[in-house]
Design a protein around this ligand. Structure first.
Ligand code: NAG
Ligand code: NAG
Ligand code: NAG
Ligand code: NAG
Ligand code: NAG
Ligand code: NAG
Ligand code: NAG
Ligand code: NAG
Ligand code: NAG
Ligand code: NAG
Ligand code: NAG
Ligand code: NAG
Length: 482
């Protein structure tokens, strides 16, 4: 009798404590950097941190080649400017799939494990207006059809990453929620398409952006137990993540898709370039998020049903991301541009510390600073000009180098420009005001970077590899003809 009830309880517990599907945590890997860490180094970094899912924004051949044989699940991306053509031409969709998916999957033993094709990169972002809306669903349908023709539609799902501003929620958080009115029709088409093919809904959740726009506290954003709760939809919310997630669930339910799987396609906290963007706060946020995801508690509207997958935004800092929405945009990385951990967090793979990229090859230990022996009356003009090109987000208000004094901030700008231009002597001229030094001007809080040496031969092996395949194929065909 006792045995029966214990096993019944056990079964009960098993059913109700295991999630319906295994949750997993991946990262977004963007490459908008002047000196990107070489793809093989990034793959090593992923492996040493046991990260087994990665979401890309394009289908860069060097990146896909570096991922081959790694068993890392990959989302390849289609840039927004491809959408028009992919909507209007089946042929274009067929060749996109052939060139950027099929080729890597049927690459013998060392294939790349492509799981999703992301059609567009947040094509419905409010700031794009209706630029991409008319083409997105048509492009997704054509890509789906192309995958089916290639017999890959069971293996590879087609998704469309949606931005956090696809939804509208009143500033007082208790008003009615809905899709942005201009998007309502497109979103319903998208959901119908996803549902038909068993694909999940990819959406960005951004507690950092919500903090900027809604009347909520930092503690609520950072998963602090002591945060003042908010009411929404007759439930009580203790953190910003749950509130945003359930906003999505509510809207999806309202339009008839209450059970569709949700993937959090981008979530993170920046570390520089704005008030409240710091490594300390990012660490608190990320630890809170990971604890929450791995607890399997889910949210008030989807209890015990956490997101299918969660992709951290982002793996690395990118010094060429657009700063239209803020200087923090270049500082979303868990790691700095050169693969060094900014803080530590257990991503759920069992290690408390993140592992840094190893044997990164830098340019020489040289910096460009302002020459204090010169007349510096026009130095600021030169610095401003340097900053048009180079990344000066750290010396902007709220940045980690904002309070370094004049003219050290001028040196910061000069050095950014100099590194971005591969330390060429001409790039440290600044009308005679620049001086090359071997003394590191960095302080505790403000790092004067040295760029990565990207002219390394290893980086170009992939080129060589592709040329060899082409050459061998041509020779083979020639011999058949002969
Ligand atoms: C999308 O493609 C379809 C099929 O070719 C075409 O009929 C439609 O006009 C295209 N949409 C737009 C907005 O161009
Ligand atoms: C993907 O395929 C298209 C069509 O063949 C091609 O133009 C494009 O360069 C490929 N690569 C990327 C990164 O999109
Ligand atoms: C929230 O805002 C809406 C409209 O802005 C208003 O009608 C509603 O009364 C507000 N609710 C609360 C609880 O303040
Ligand atoms: C969105 O479309 C659905 C279905 O057509 C409709 O019921 C709903 O009222 C629309 N919502 C908005 C905000 O336009
Ligand atoms: C913001 O929230 C606080 C705390 O609940 C409240 O006192 C204040 O009135 C709210 N401000 C606005 C503009 O809604
Ligand atoms: C929030 O909900 C709780 C319980 O449902 C209720 O007691 C409380 O008054 C609500 N607070 C507000 C501000 O509506
Ligand atoms: C930053 O955080 C503080 C609390 O530490 C908060 O009062 C402030 O509103 C936040 N500012 C922004 C812009 O997020
Ligand atoms: C960068 O790498 C190239 C190729 O390996 C090498 O020739 C060059 O000396 C390196 N530059 C520096 C500054 O180390
Ligand atoms: C100051 O520097 C700017 C940018 O280099 C330059 O265009 C301008 O002519 C300089 N002004 C003077 C007075 O030297
Ligand atoms: C800059 O600000 C940080 C923290 O706010 C402080 O620790 C540091 O001493 C400041 N540096 C200077 C040069 O004022
Ligand atoms: C450097 O600091 C000075 C004094 O705080 C300021 O006026 C100037 O705009 C700063 N320059 C740059 C490029 O940030
Ligand atoms: C820096 O060097 C890399 C590798 O040689 C090159 O691809 C890049 O264009 C160079 N950047 C500049 C600004 O010269």
């Amino acid at each position: 009798m006792a045995t029966v009830s214990i096993s019944t309880i056990f079964t009960f517990l098993t059913i109700f404590t295991l999630p319906c599907v295994a949750h997993s945590v991946g990262v977004n890997w963007g490459t908008m950097a002047s000196h990107p860490l070489p793809p093989p180094k990034v793959v090593e970094l992923l492996k040493s941190n046991k990260i087994n899912k990665v979401k890309l924004f394009d289908a860069n051949p060097y990146v896909l080649q570096a991922l081959s044989g790694s068993n890392i699940g990959v989302t390849v991306g289609i840039p927004n400017n491809f959408l028009r053509n992919l909507n209007s031409s089946n042929k274009a969709a067929d060749s996109w799939v052939h060139d950027n998916v099929t080729r890597y999957i049927s690459n013998g033993g060392s294939n790349t494990r492509i799981e999703y094709v992301a059609v567009g990169d947040e094509p419905f972002l409010k700031s794009y207006g209706e630029q991409f809306q008319p083409f997105t669903i048509g492009a997704a349908m054509n890509i789906q059809a192309a995958l089916k023709k290639a017999n890959l539609d069971r293996k590879v799902k087609v998704v469309v990453p949606c931005s956090f501003d696809s939804f509208e929620l009143g500033t007082n958080l208790s008003a009615e929620v809905h899709f942005r009115p201009d998007l309502n029709k497109t979103m319903i088409e998208l959901l119908t398409f996803l549902n038909e093919h068993g694909s999940p809904f990819f959406v960005t959740i951004s507690p950092f952006m919500t903090l900027q726009t809604k009347n909520i506290s930092l503690d609520f954003s950072l998963f602090k137990e002591t945060a003042r709760p908010h009411n929404f939809s007759h439930k009580i919310y203790k953190n910003s993540f749950d509130l945003s997630y359930d906003t999505v669930v509510t809207v999806l339910s309202e339009v008839g898709f209450p059970h569709i799987d949700i993937v959090v396609a981008k979530i993170g906290w920046p570390t520089d370039g704005a008030v409240n963007a710091s490594s300390n706060l990012a660490e608190i946020f990320m630890k809170g998020l990971m604890t929450h995801i791995h607890s399997n508690l889910g949210t008030p509207l989807r209890p015990r049903h956490p997101p299918l997958e969660t992709y951290i935004f982002s793996l690395l800092d990118e010094d060429q991301r657009s700063i239209d929405s803020g200087n923090f945009e270049r500082h979303w990385g868990l790691f700095t541009f050169d693969g060094q951990a900014k803080y530590h967090v257990d991503l759920g793979q069992g290690s408390v510390s993140l592992v840094n990229a190893q044997n990164v090859e830098y340019l020489s230990s040289r910096w460009c600073v302002v020459n204090n022996n010169k007349d510096l009356f026009n130095a600021s003009g030169n610095a401003l000009e340097a900053c048009l090109n180079a990344d000066c987000t750290a010396i902007s208000p709220g940045g980690s180098c904002f309070n370094i004094s004049w003219p050290t901030n001028i040196s910061y700008a000069f050095n950014s420009y100099y590194q971005e231009h591969n330390q060429s002597a001409e790039s440290c001229d600044f009308a005679g005001l620049g001086l090359i030094t071997t003394v590191d001007p960095s302080t505790d809080r403000c790092r004067f970077r040295i760029e990565i040496n990207t002219s390394h031969a290893k980086f170009y092996r992939v080129y060589y590899f592709h040329w060899m395949i082409l050459l061998l194929t041509t020779l083979e065909m020639a011999s058949i003809i002969v």
